[in-house]
Design a protein around this ligand. Structure first.
Ligand SMILES: Cc1cc2nc3c(=O)[nH]c(=O)nc-3n(C[C@H](O)[C@H](O)[C@H](O)COP(=O)(O)O)c2cc1C
Length: 314
C-alpha cells in the first residue's frame, strides 16, 4: 500500500508537507499546481512552490515531492514538465480535476475532462518531453457534468503513456459533496493496466479500508482527512491512536516559526485558519480555539493564543 498526500492549493504548502511527513506514513507528496499558460516558467516559480527541489526533491523527512502542473497547451506543459524534472522533481503530475472557475475559463483542470482528445495530446506531449525514468502521472475526476467520459478519459491517459492515475471519485459537478464513488474506481481499473490511486472522502482508517475494498486499489491519496487528523496516514498504516491535542498544538506553533519571505505577516494567519477549519472536524478543542483565532490577523497574536491554550490543563 502506498499513501500519498494530496495536492491542496492554498493549504498544503512545503511547511505543511514538512510537518505531515515528519509525523510519517506518507510515501509521496504532490505540490499545489503550477499554472502553465503560454511560456516556459522561470526556475523561481518552481522553487517557490516546491522549495524541496533544493533538497533533492524531498521533504526534510525524506519523502519525495512531485510537482503538479495545470494547463491546456500540450507544448507548454511539456516544456515546463521537462524543466520541473530537470530542477529535481521526481516526475510530474498533471491536474485534470481542479473545479475553480478562473481555471476552467482559461481551460485547465476539470474542464478538460470534456475533451478526451486533448487529455491524450497533453499526456503524450508531456510523456515524450520527460525522460523515461521519471513518472508522468495524472489526477482526474470522474467527469465534468457527469461520468459519461470517465472510462474513455482514463483509457486516453493510459494509452498516451501515463505512469499512474489518481482518481478523485467525483465529478466536477459533485464538487466536494460526499459521497465519493469508490466503486467507479474499480470500473476504471478494469479498462487500464497502470496503477490507480483512489482518492476522495477518506477521513478515518475505516474509510480507507472501505475505499480499498470498493475500489480494488491498494494505493490511496489523502487530502482533507490528513489535515483534520495529522497522523491519519500512520493510523491507517499501523493502527496508532489519534495524535493527542497538545501535540497538535505544539505542531501549530512550530508552523509559526517558519519565516515566509515577503508575506506581509498574513501568510501564517491565513494558512493556520485554513488548517483549523479542518482540525475542528476532528478535535473539539480546535473548534473552541478557532472561534477566538478567526478574529486575529497577526501571527504573533495567534502564537500567543496557542501558547495560552497549551498551558491550560487538558
Ligand atoms: C482547498 C483544496 C485545494 C485543492 N487543490 C488541489 C490542487 O492544487 N491540485 C489537485 O489536483 N487537487 C486539488 N484539490 C483536490 C484534492 O487533491 C483531493 O482530490 C480532494 O480534496 C478529495 O480528496 P479528500 O476527500 O481526501 O480531501 C484541492 C482540494 C481542496 C479542498
Amino acid at each position: 500500500m502506498r499513501i500519498i498526500l494530496a495536492p491542496m492549493e492554498g493549504v498544503v504548502d512545503h511547511l505543511m508537507r514538512d510537518m505531515l511527513t515528519q509525523i510519517g506514513g506518507f510515501d509521496l507528496c504532490i505540490t499545489e499546481f503550477v499554472r502553465v499558460v503560454d511560456q516556459l516558467l522561470p526556475r523561481r516559480v518552481f522553487t517557490r512552490l516546491c522549495p524541496e527541489l533544493l533538497n533533492g526533491g524531498k521533504t526534510p523527512a525524506g519523502t519525495p515531492v512531485r510537482v503538479q502542473l495545470l494547463g491546456q497547451e500540450p507544448e507548454w506543459l511539456a516544456e515546463n514538465a521537462a524543466r520541473a524534472v530537470a530542477l529535481g522533481s521526481p516526475g510530474v503530475d498533471l491536474n485534470f480535476g481542479c473545479p475553480a472557475k478562473t481555471v476552467n475559463k482559461s481551460k485547465g483542470g476539470a474542464v478538460l475532462l470534456k475533451e478526451t482528445e486533448t487529455l491524450y495530446r497533453i499526456m503524450q506531449a508531456v510523456r515524450s518531453a520527460v525522460p523515461a525514468e521519471f513518472p508522468v502521472t495524472a489526477k482526474m475526476r470522474l467527469g465534468f457534468d457527469d461520468t459519461s467520459l470517465a472510462l474513455d478519459n482514463a483509457r486516453a491517459l493510459a494509452e498516451a503513456g501515463a505512469s499512474e492515475l489518481t482518481v478523485h471519485a467525483r465529478t466536477k459537478a459533485d464538487g466536494y459533496r460526499p459521497p465519493a464513488y469508490w466503486p467507479w474506481i474499480a470500473e476504471i481499473r478494469k479498462v487500464i493496466a497502470i496503477p490507480v490511486i483512489a482518492n476522495g472522502e477518506i477521513w478515518q482508517p475505516a474509510d480507507a479500508q472501505l475505499c480499498r475494498q470498493q475500489s480494488g486499489s491498494s494505493d490511496i491519496m489523502l487530502g482533507r482527512g490528513a489535515l483534520a487528523q495529522p497522523n491519519l496516514a500512520l493510523r491507517i498504516r499501523d493502527g496508532v491512536p489519534l495524535l493527542p491535542w497538545p501535540q497538535v498544538l505544539e505542531m501549530l506553533m512550530r508552523y509559526s516559526e517558519y519565516e515566509i519571505a515577503g508575506d506581509k505577516g498574513l501568510y501564517y494567519s491565513n494558512r493556520i485558519k485554513q488548517w483549523f477549519s479542518y482540525l475542528r472536524l476532528q478535535y473539539p478543542q480546535a473548534e473552541v480555539l478557532f472561534q477566538q483565532l478567526r478574529l486575529l490577523r497577526k501571527s504573533a497574536d495567534i502564537v500567543l493564543l496557542l501558547q495560552q491554550h497549551l498551558r491550560q490543563p487538558a
